[in-house]
Design a protein around this ligand. Structure first.
Ligand SMILES: [Zn+2]
Length: 81
């Protein structure tokens, strides 16, 4: 006698919020036919990836590029090694 096992899959209900969507569109400002970029983009990942600003440095969450912006002297440093 072969009994067929029926597995009832329980659907997991996802509670809570997932990663909040990055509002990239807010980083742009359309002025007529030109688009102004409020944030600077990552030199490694290209214009598609914005750098998040933390205090006096900009950080790329994708590749880990960090750009320090000190007032007076512009010092650049990358941390990905
Ligand atoms: Zn990057």
């Amino acid at each position: 006698m072969a009994e067929k096992k029926v597995r009832s899959r329980e659907k997991k209900q996802r509670t809570g919020r997932k990663h909040s969507s990055l509002k990239v569109w807010e980083y742009y400002e359309v002025d007529g036919n030109t688009v102004k970029r409020k944030r600077s983009h990552c030199p490694r990942c290209g214009p598609g990836t914005m750098l998040s600003v933390h205090g006096n440095r900009k950080y790329c969450g994708r590749c880990g590029y960090t750009e320090f912006s000190k007032s007076g002297s512009t010092e650049e440093k990358s941390e990905n090694q």
